[in-house]
Write a protein that binds this ligand. Sequence first.
Ligand SMILES: Cc1cc2nc3c(=O)[nH]c(=O)nc-3n(C[C@H](O)[C@H](O)[C@H](O)COP(=O)(O)OP(=O)(O)OC[C@H]3O[C@@H](n4cnc5c(N)ncnc54)[C@H](O)[C@@H]3O)c2cc1C
Length: 469
Amino acid sequence: MERSHVSPPQSTNHIHRPSNQKCSPCSLRLHALSRKPLASNHPIFQNRFAISLRRTYSTIESKRITIERYPLRANRRTTLPLDTEIIILGAGCAGLSLAVQFQQQLDPPPTLTIIDPKTSFPRDRTWCFWDVHPHPFRHSVRHTWDRWSVHQSGEVVVQKDSQMRYQYLPSDAFYEDARAILDHPNVTFLMGETATDVKETETYAEVHTDKQTLRCKWVFDSRPPDLPATPNNPKDIRILQHFKGIHIKTQQEVFDPTCVRLMDFDVDQSHGIHFLYVLPFSKTEALLEATFFTPQLLEKDAYDVILKQYAEKEFGLTQWELIHEEFGIIPMFTEPFSREIGKRIVGIGTRGGAPKPSTGYAFLPIQQDAEQIAKIFKEGAQGKRDWPALRTKRNTFLDRVFLSYIARHPDKAPGIFFRLFKKTTPQTLLRFLSDTGTLADDLRIMTAMPKWPLILETLLSHQIWWRHS
Ligand SMILES: Cc1cc2nc3c(=O)[nH]c(=O)nc-3n(C[C@H](O)[C@H](O)[C@H](O)COP(=O)(O)OP(=O)(O)OC[C@H]3O[C@@H](n4cnc5c(N)ncnc54)[C@H](O)[C@@H]3O)c2cc1C
């Protein structure tokens, strides 16, 4: 792999040192090989740049990496070899979306290394979202709808909007599209390789994998989040959105291909908040998904039983051809995710808190975030400006109060969702759901909710929304 170079700041800290304590790369290398730890007052640590090295020294020492790899000369301008400018951990939705934005926005594009343990790009999920924000994967969208419905207590509300259509993008089409855009010499895919640790110094970041150590300027980390088992703030809400979907083809013409069944709450609510989702591709083909918003998952087979019962009850189906199935868990949490993991290490995707807490939709937030991060690089402001927030404080506040309410009153959730779709226009609701709403939109959303319960919940949940992050 070709190496680029970064220059650490030149030290102005000239220290008189007895000649027998001179630091040369050679002496350091010998020292590392001698397996004796360096004392913290060793001359190597006396200049400004070298102080940052001290932080990584224990790792270097413990892993027996020779210091020869770090061509350090105290009190002299030094260049550090970098393996690549940017490392992206995870070739999933967030990792590939960010890489595509770097590739398309920056001229010349940076050297990128994308690391992922998987070795193929199968259809492992289905992304759906409303067309409220442009994204680079438009020609991978396979189907769109302009009508969607919510069902509750025997009533149905149907919304229609032909501008902000509901889009369907299967992940294999997305992966293929992204990889074609990234098929350039500046992009290296390290597939079948697992990132195990990420560290940083003042001047570079270092990614350890199960095969090697790579150095770069910036790391964007989309590995699955590693949150504590319980939230640090016991008041925080953790709801899991878990679902199983089956894409089926039938002999009978039973589906209405003009309207997405977004949430059908007329199903057993004894496990907690639960609805069925139907994406009809034609009269004979649809994706049926059994979805729950609860703190715990169900037994594996329970989702299949529910899907079978629903297919029979709603569409009279007892057999079908299974085209694809998927299972997902999306966090709907009030606690903040690790966005800025370090100065040079940034959380993206689910790890960075992309899923909208009140709905779990993450595809569009990931696209918007990738676009904003690449823009910061385009303007040369990386490291000088904060990384973009995934949603405004107002959106975060509304999401947290909403989650707190449905966690406290799961039995009321179907009614609240139904009311939102019934009492607001599609434009207002879709902008709210996509975090692009104006203040007026958000006020309309609030007035569509039951007033006094919402005010009470706002007071009761102040400890989870009244904070800085
Ligand atoms: C089945 C399913 C359906 C969904 N449907 C929708 C939808 O309709 N609309 C919507 O808006 N959102 C949806 N989501 C939510 C969200 O959009 C997706 O989860 C999205 O893929 C999140 O992107 P990500 O990059 O954070 O995670 P992923 O796409 O999962 O990517 C993470 C990557 O990290 C890799 N990785 C893991 N460990 C390591 C490691 N140690 N080192 C390096 N790489 C590693 C993984 O192999 C993976 O490729 C869905 C999620 C699922 C699971």
